[in-house]
Each structure stands twice: as structure tokens, then as C-alpha cells.
Write a protein that binds this ligand. Structure first.
Ligand code: EPZ
Length: 423
């Protein structure tokens, strides 16, 4: 298995180009199931989760090809031969659940493995099922699978989609996709308004759907009889961009992040500024100049436009190096703190108190062999390795490959001493 080996100490300098958003690409790929016509999707990041979704579409009877030019996916789901998303695939990627809504919308039935446990905490799918049931689907959980059937065409309804931790990104995606082909109007209240959900809604509209309220917490979806093919370009990955903003800050470097959407990152820009770095927005570029000292800052993760949970671990790496105490509170996944033990092995001083991490700043971190527990934790440990004294070896990097497009090459081009080693 590969590991990433980093010798800490380099100040990152230069430009980095941001790839397309993983979390927009995955539901958009699922949405192509709603039409029998060809869809062309550009700016798709080349990463493992995208390959997994492509395998699922092929297992359902779709044709999927990827070309490096424009990072283009061409998908044709003309004759779907199956409505079953098998355990072997779903178990490796929770986002597979978002084929449920489009299969139900197009075929009137779907059998999708219930996604299993997850290292970032409990991740139920009750809101997905509640929304699809409201549209008229009959849903049972049998033998580890969600078996959904719509005897008649789905029917638009008013659906409230809030859960104990606010709105749900992929439940909103699932219900919106199913409602696109339903009879009548669906109103989703407490819809997620993450940029990736807006991207999905824009893609659906480019296929002929009729969705309004995009970007707000109330979505109106007027069902249509048929959707057609579309050509679409995925938005830049705000989590990748945020990871590089924090990388510039933690290494006291000078990094220009190109091809981002700064509007999607205001909470992050604001926090990194509060932590003592200079961050300037120039059109679609974000320029970071790391401050001489990192300042303690409290961070609370929230759904968009709050500070994203997917950057909490990376921000913690930065805040381990202040001259004070910061409190990081997780309001989306209260147990998403698996990276804490590994950071502490590198010399940080973080302890957990029910949903919060108390981060006492230390003078420096020291390199160590460490284990990545999930995608964003991997990125956080790499950031810590970039500033730690000596050598850091990050193992289980398959997590990283699931969601970052050539991360170590990008760091290397910015001057980091980082390499992938086969074991
Ligand atoms: C999406 O997951 C992202 N995944 C996650 O990114 C991200 O962390 C998360 O949204 C929050 O922003 C993709 O887009 C593929 P949620 P999702 O449903 O949609 C609770 C990454 O690293 N909830 O918005 O599955 C849930 O437990 C990944 O790229 C219910 O209670 O997350 C959580 O507390 C990890 N019932 C909260 O809602 C449900 O039915 C928000 O989760 C569904 C969710």
C-alpha cells in the first residue's frame, strides 16, 4: 500500500490550480440516470470516488468514458439493464446512495445497499427515505438493502427535510432528482444550499428540469415528463481550495490559488484571516500570505455558508500552532475527530469535550509515522507534516486518493518535500 512521505519545513510558494468539485461531480453523475440521452460533463476531478460512481453507472447498464482533455465524462444511460446498486460498490462510497432518487424517478424502482458505518460518525439515511416516501415511493429495508418502488408515477408534495443536525446535502440531492420527473410541484423546505447542491440543480435545469429557489432553503421543483441530455461544467472544489488556503497559512508561504470560486469560501477566508494570515481575493484567484504567527481562533462547523465540516480537520492542524487556546466545535458530525489522536502523536495538545476540541497551541510539531482515518483527516495530517520537524509518513493514503486530484503533485509543485512511496 502507498504512503506519503513528507520532510517538513518548506514554505510553499507559487500557484496551484483547483480541480472540479468531487461532491458536485458525484450527484451530477447520478443525475444522468434520469435521461436516456448523452450527457457531457467537464471539469470532473480524476479521483477514485468518481471511478466508483462510473462503475455503479456501468453496473446499471450505462456507458461511461473519461477523457483527460477537459477532464470530460461522457455518459449515456440509454438502456438501463438493472436498478440494483450492489453492496460491493456502495460499501466503498456512501455517496452511492444518491443513485436511489434518480433510479426511482426514471424506472419507478431501485434497490440500493444501505451505506454502512462511517469513521466520521453516525450517518443515517432517514431523511432520504422520508423525502422519497413523501413523493409516493414504497420503501422497505430488507437484507441490508433499501428496496424502493413507486407503483404509480411519483407525485410532488411539500417536504420538510431538516434533521437533528440541520439540512442534509445528499437527501436534498436525492429528493430533488426524484422530484424532477414527478407529477406536479415538490417544495423542499430546509433544503441544503451548499454550492454542490446548486450545481446539481443547475445541471438538472440544463437537462430540462424546472427548479427554482436554487441557493435558498426552499426549493420548488415542477416535475416534467422527460429530461434530455446536457453539456455541463462542474464548479471548482471549494474543499480542495480551502485545503490550499490553509496550506499557505500553515507553512507561512505565499500561494496563489487559481480557478477557485472565492464566494464559496468566505467563511474559510474569514477564519484564516482571523488566524493571522493575509488572504486577498483577486477575481477567481485567492492569494494567501502566511502570517508570522498563528493566532488562536474559535471555529464552529455548520452547513453552508458556515465553516465546512470538510475543512475542520485541516483548520485544526493550523490551530495546533498558535500561542493560545482555540475551540473547534463540530455541529455537523459531532464525532468527526479521528485525526486528533494522530495530531497528538505529532506533538499537538488537543483534547476532546463532547462535540468540541480544545486546541492548546504548541511551538512546533514533530514528524512521525501516522495513520489517516478518512479523506479530510488525511489532508490535515499532510498539512501537519508540511510544518513538522523531520519526516512524517502518512499511511492508508487510499482515503486521500478517494477525494483529492493529484494532491501530492500539487504540493510538490509549490515546493513541498513530499513523495508517494510504494510499500
Ligand atoms: C455530504 O455528505 C458530503 N458528501 C460530505 O463530504 C460532507 O461532509 C457532508 O455533506 C456535510 O457537508 C458528499 O457530498 C458526497 P449530510 P452527506 O446528509 O450528504 C445528518 C467528504 O469528505 N443526517 O448533509 O451524507 C448527518 O448524520 C464528505 O467529502 C441525518 O440525520 O451529509 C449529519 O449529521 C464526507 N439523516 C448531517 O445530517 C439523514 O438522512 C449532515 O449530513 C442524512 C443526514
Amino acid at each position: 500500500m502507498d504512503k506519503i512521505v513528507i520532510t517538513g519545513g518548506a514554505r510553499l510558494k507559487g500557484e496551484v490550480r483547483i480541480s472540479g468539485a468531487k461532491n458536485a461531480a458525484l450527484p451530477i453523475m447520478a443525475a444522468t440516470l434520469l435521461t436516456d440521452k448523452e450527457c457531457i460533463i467537464d471539469n470532473v476531478p480524476n479521483l477514485h470516488d468518481v471511478s466508483t460512481m462510473a462503475r455503479i453507472l456501468r453496473a446499471l447498464g450505462g456507458r461511461v468514458s473519461f477523457s483527460d482533455k477537459n477532464n470530460r465524462l461522457i455518459i449515456l444511460n440509454k438502456n438501463l439493464t438493472s436498478s440494483d446498486a450492489p453492496y460491493e460498490m456502495v460499501s466503498t462510497m456512501r455517496a452511492s446512495i444518491c443513485v436511489l432518487g434518480p433510479l426511482l424517478g426514471r424506472l419507478g424502482e431501485a434497490t440500493v445497499s444501505v451505506p454502512g458505518g462511517c469513521v466520521i460518525g453516525n450517518r443515517p439515511i432517514d431523511l432520504h427515505l422520508h423525502g422519497l416516501r413523501k413523493l409516493g415511493a414504497d420503501i422497505k429495508i430488507e437484507h441490508g438493502y433499501v428496496a424502493a418502488k413507486a407503483v404509480k408515477r411519483l407525485k410532488g408534495r411539500e417536504i420538510y427535510l431538516g434533521g437533528p443536525f440541520g439540512s442534509s446535502v445528499l437527501a436534498t440531492a436525492n429528493v430533488m432528482m426524484a422530484a424532477a420527473l414527478a407529477r406536479g410541484e415538490t417544495i423542499i423546505e430546509n433544503a441544503a444550499c451548499e454550492p454542490e447542491i446548486c450545481d446539481l440543480a443547475h445541471f438538472l435545469n440544463s437537462m430540462g428540469a424546472n427548479i427554482h429557489g436554487i441557493g435558498s432553503h426552499v426549493l420548488s421543483i415542477k416535475g416534467v415528463n422527460k429530461l434530455h441530455g446536457a453539456k455541463y461544467r462542474i464548479i471548482p472544489d471549494r474543499i480542495e481550495a480551502g485545503t490550499f488556503i490553509i496550506a499557505g497559512a500553515i507553512t507561512k508561504g505565499e500561494v496563489r490559488i487559481k480557478n477557485a470560486n472565492p464566494q464559496h469560501l468566505m467563511a474559510v477566508v474569514n477564519k484564516v484571516r482571523q488566524a493571522g494570515s493575509r488572504v486577498d481575493v483577486k477575481g477567481r484567484d485567492i492569494c494567501v500570505r502566511g502570517g508570522r504567527q498563528v493566532l488562536p481562533t474559535d471555529v464552529t462547523t455548520l452547513s453552508y455558508p458556515g465553516f465546512p465540516t470538510d475543512l475542520q480537520a485541516q483548520m485544526m492542524s493550523l490551530l495546533t500552532l498558535t500561542r493560545g487556546i482555540s475551540v473547534i466545535t463540530e455541529k455537523v458530525y459531532p464525532d468527526r475527530f479521528m485525526h486528533v489522536a494522530e495530531l497528538n502523536r505529532m506533538g499537538s495538545d488537543v483534547h476532546l469535550e463532547k462535540g468540541s476540541a480544545i486546541v492548546k497551541g504548541v511551538k512546533n510539531l514533530s514528524g512521525a509515522p501516522i495513520m489517516a482515518s478518512d479523506l479530510r483527516a488525511s489532508a490535515a495530517l499532510i498539512l501537519a507534516g508540511l510544518v513538522a520537524e523531520g519526516i512524517t509518513e502518512v499511511r492508508r493514503v487510499y482515503h486521500l486518493d478517494r477525494g483529492y486530484d493529484k494532491l501530492e503533485q500539487k504540493f510538490s509543485l509549490l515546493g513541498a518535500d513530499i513523495k508517494r512511496v510504494k510499500e
